[in-house]
Design a protein around this ligand. Sequence first.
Ligand code: SD4
Length: 343
Amino acid sequence: MSTRRKFLQHSLAGSAAILTGEQLFAGSASRPAVTGKPNHPIVISTWDFGQAANAAAWKILSANGRSLDAVEQGVWVPEADESNQSVGYGGLPDRDGRVTLDACIMDELYNCGSVMCLEHIKHPISVARLVMEKTPHVILTGEGALRFALANGFKKENLLTPSSEKAWKEWMKEAKYNPEANIENRLYDKKTDPMPGGKDNHDTIGMLAIDGRGMMSGACTTSGLAYKMQGRVGDSPVIGAGLYVDNEVGGATATGVGEEVIRIVGAHLIVELMRQGAKPEQACRDAVQRIIKRNPSKAKEVQVGFLALNKQGEYGAYCLQKGFTFSVKSNKEDKVYNSKSIY
Ligand code: SD4
């Protein structure tokens, strides 16, 4: 076959794939088998505090609302909860005392928006949604994200609550200006603090929902690692790492040490594993195993938890260390589960 003919064949195959995602996967032997009635509407989210967030999302889903609205409204709950020191208002600051927030959102059509290192705005998820809907871009960061938020009617607020300020000042007494050491102290000391942030100080919220029309959306929002270096961004606002949704297949989200999640592009990896036929829990487990494979000794000391939902409404999770929980709300249940763990 002439080189030109081969080239044309490849080009045509390429455009078909780009233009018709449905065709691309239709008939693929590796696509998950669709059996029975899909379990939706459904909403799932990371951690036990996800249950209250799910309840807010459920109000929208149960009224035939859109999953995109459900995940946005759902994660508003921990964003506004000042007792939650790792999401939104009341989040622990960076080592310079600044509360910098990361969030992203994704709908059923691969539309996505993200804000990174955003200060002074209580609901970064809504700014991320506006980036998605009102700009030609996907990500806005720092000062630019703040200016965009203020220009669109968001209110500038002080997000550093007295208790988070107190915790930061306590940390400052012994703080070594070394991000690795800080991460070790905060996340890896299993004797005193087996989970990121400790038992009462939870972590990022990642949420995935399928509405009554079978459309999936996701949201992920966090104040990131406590006492991080100024400007540090974790996995949570990185599309494909902390969150990914492909309405043909399913979605995934992550919590824990973002650097580990970014290195394997965790959420996207899980969605692709589900595309190849893995159930959500198995896909999450495979992603966790990939973190271990990269650096087995480090993986013993860090926490990462993955949560996934497939198109059928089946869900699953897996984490490195014991202690990761997730919340599920559907017509069948309203529960918090312990994720299985490797260690
Ligand atoms: C991050 N995965 O920024 C997020 C959140 C986190 O303690 O680790 N919180 O890496």
